[in-house]
Write a protein that binds this ligand. Sequence first.
Ligand code: PFF
Length: 471
Amino acid sequence: MEKSQGKRENWGSRFGFLMAAAGSAVGLGNIWRFPYMTGKNGGGAFILIYAVFALVIGLSIMVAEFAIGRRTSLAAVGAYKKYSKNWTFAGVLGVLSAFFIMGFYPVVGGWSLAYIFKSVTGLLADQGAIEGIFGSFISASGEPIIWMAIYLFINVFIVAKGVAGGIEKASSILMPTLFVLFIFIAIRSVTLPGAGAGLEFIFKPDFSEVTGSTFLAALGQAFFSLSLGMGCMMTYGSYLNKEENLPNNALLVTLMDTSVALLSGIAIFPALFAFGMEPAQGPGLVFVVVPSLFAQMGTLGPLFSVVFFIALTVAALTSSVSLLEVVVAYLMDERQMPRKKSVSIAGGIMVITGMLSSLSMGALSGVSIFGVGFFDFFDILTDKIFLAIGGLLLAVFVGWFVNKEDLKDELTNSGTVSFGLFEVWYGVVKYVIPVAIAIVAVMGIMAIEQTSLMIFGVGLIVLLAAISKKL
Ligand code: PFF
């Protein structure tokens, strides 16, 4: 495999790339999804399994994605295809994952956007009413859809401006802001009376409730949170210049992402226990617990709440633009469409899938596909099936089908930087990850309730593989 020499948009600076990659990783996955998955899966034990998956499997996969992306200077589909047409389907699976995640992500992004405004219009007036307000807001047929559409429009606008111009600039300013804010919220939460029970919940692992589905949930969460298993980091790597140290960048992004997830656990659970709320309440967690925390702060509450939801919206945006970018890069690279046209087409379809997801919280709650509503359909299909399989395919591809010397050349910038752990990384990718994911997938799939959805998901992947040469 020759190095690609073509002219391609590049990141403006190292900091810009790092912020964009960390921006993609840090998002609703850390702040909205991680706490509620932790709550649902019993707390500390889930966090521990998650952290091991993120730091061993996730980090190694990220290094691999950066390497393949930069080596080929192509987004996921093109990158796989450049090696072998038989592998094109793995890239297409990634594009499909991005598309499906964008089926629900803008809905939650829209909630967050709405909460910026609700923070100053009475949301915090009565702490006891916060949960009810959330429930009736998300199940309405008009308001959440409008917010979802506005949120999606902002994505379209940023991605239409291109990688370095839009994505990079937005991330560089807003990511650091988010981090500082979160530290502040976490301090407030752990100093509440009764907060100790929450810290115990997240730091004292109880393995008695751990099952196969806990492992699958933790693996899916690690992939989702680190933006892996779907070619996103490959696409970002393809815009990266040849001087950057790939393993170092991957390590930094992984550490940042994992620390924001932990920080959000530390921000949410102590407050949740202090308020006597239910940890397993699901997707509403952050939208109920955090406002309750702010409601107690008196006149400063609304101000903090506004800043928090601005930060959450921004964290969500820097992630969803990367998802949209995966779809857009595919249309540009493989279907020869100009950027603006690609963005409009993708955005147009996503408005419809977003509407279906949003309505599945209310008017369409009776409609089920493969046993679940639209929102859960998009979520479970990607998080529990596609990303893990996408990661497995990538590991097998890199470990068994890409020339080892080429990988070494790419990861050491042709020998100019050192990557002392190369052999360890290579062994993990080649042997450990395929076996580990296969075990977790089988265990998880056996324990999962949505059998028909699983069969549908796996069937779709097999179908893609079967028609791979035509893709
Ligand atoms: N990592 C993002 C988050 O945690 O919110 C979500 C995401 C972005 C997943 C990009 C996958 C992806 F390719």
